[in-house]
Write a protein that binds this ligand. Structure first.
Ligand code: NAD
Length: 331
């Protein structure tokens, strides 16, 4: 019997679709139904939801989270929202921040307004470690101040604060997750891991920003999704939970790993000018979700990257059309 109807925004994107496939997969909870709300930007892809399209517990609504006339009647037919929808690529935010403000800030507020108006049970807001800024040493606990640097991170920080404000002022059950860099299958080939893999598999060079010594913590999308489920089902209202993979690596070392898995060498790497305002290091302290909810990342980085390269090797029909479209739009 269905007891919980979940509205998943951005469920046709990389992490959101992984979440939906997991919830509706053989090990998912038996008592849930899922509606994906997604307006299918360049990053949203119906093929990501192909596996679940005939599941009677699944529904898809194509639409914009900023559209209050659409969102308002949709929310009360659900018990919970898990909110992934966002403009998510830092490089794009440097060129055109307005779309980020619209979707990430105004879109989140539109959902929060409807959630409050209709007494929604739980609102899980999916955020990022990038809201904390950059850290030289140590790791951020959830209590650290937000010092975002890119327009992407600034809009995500704004939406985190708006979500938490709705809890503090009106008691809405809002839970925020802040996760580190994800990798895995179905990631649009613009972010570092899928960009490098798809280019290397095509025998094309890959661009490495600056000195390559920027450090990120990498987490397999399976682990992120498990963390989100723990927060949705057992987290506390009004709380923030960092989620990390425990795999800190410089971009140089990540590149070395990808080169090896793709059977390429350093001759394929082009050093390019650094990204403007490029954060030097990210590191989340995820002891809270570990101690409180029993979270532990399971996928070791070398195995996860090998599996991801294998997926891209065997799913050219998924990514080749995306690359062709992106290249024709850029031309
Ligand atoms: P993505 O870009 O792959 O997917 C975003 C999805 O949102 C797409 O399906 C897109 O069509 C949809 N969308 C965008 N604007 C919309 C709008 N106005 N209305 C409805 N749908 C809209 O992003 P992702 O990498 O899967 O990230 C999902 C969430 O996780 C984001 O909130 C992001 O900030 C967060 N996050 C991502 C990472 C990462 O490494 N990718 C890490 C931490 C947190």
């Amino acid at each position: 019997m269905i007891t919980t109807r979940i509205l998943v925004t951005g469920g046709a994107g990389f992490i959101g679709s992984h979440y939906v496939r997991t919830l509706l997969g053989p090990d998912g909870p038996p008592d849930i139904a899922v509606t994906v709300l997604d307006n299918l930007t360049y990053a949203g892809n119906p093929a990501n939801l192909y596996e679940v399209r005939d599941d009677r517990r699944f529904d898809f609504v194509r639409g914009d989270i900023c559209d209050a006339d659409l969102v308002d009647p949709l929310v009360p037919t659900h018990d919970q929202i898990v909110h992934f929808a966002a403009e998510s690529h830092v490089d794009r935010s440097l060129l055109g921040p307005a779309a980020f403000v619209r979707t990430n800030v105004v879109g989140t507020q539109t959902l929060l307004d409807a959630a409050l108006r209709h007494g929604l049970r739980t609102f899980v807001h999916i955020s990022t470690d990038e809201v904390y800024g950059s850290i030289r040493a140590g790791s951020w606990p959830e209590t650290d101040p937000l010092r975002p640097n890119s327009p992407y991170a600034a809009t995500k920080a704004a939406s985190d604060l708006l979500a938490l404000a709705q809890h503090r002022t009106h008691g809405l059950d809002v839970r925020v997750t802040r996760c580190s860099n994800n990798y895995g299958p179905y990631q649009f080939p613009e972010k570092a891991v899928p960009l490098f893999i798809t280019r290397l598999l095509d025998g094309r060079p890959v661009p490495l920003y600056g000195d390559g010594l920027h450090v990120r913590d990498w987490i397999h999308v399976d682990d992120h999704v498990r963390g989100i489920e723990l927060v949705r089902t057992a987290g506390r209202p009004g709380e923030v939970y960092n989620i990390g993979g425990g795999n800190e690596l410089s971009n140089h070392d990540l590149t070395a790993l990808l080169l090896r898995e793709c059977g390429a060498d350093w001759g394929m790497v082009t050093h390019v000018e650094d990204r403007k305002g490029h954060d030097r290091r990210y590191s989340v302290d995820f002891s809270k979700i570990r101690d409180e909810l029993g979270f532990a990342p399971c996928t070791d980085l070398a195995t996860g990257i090998a599996r991801t390269v294998h997926w891209y090797r065997t799913h050219r029909s998924w990514w080749e059309p995306l690359l062709r479209r992106a290249e024709s739009e850029a031309a």
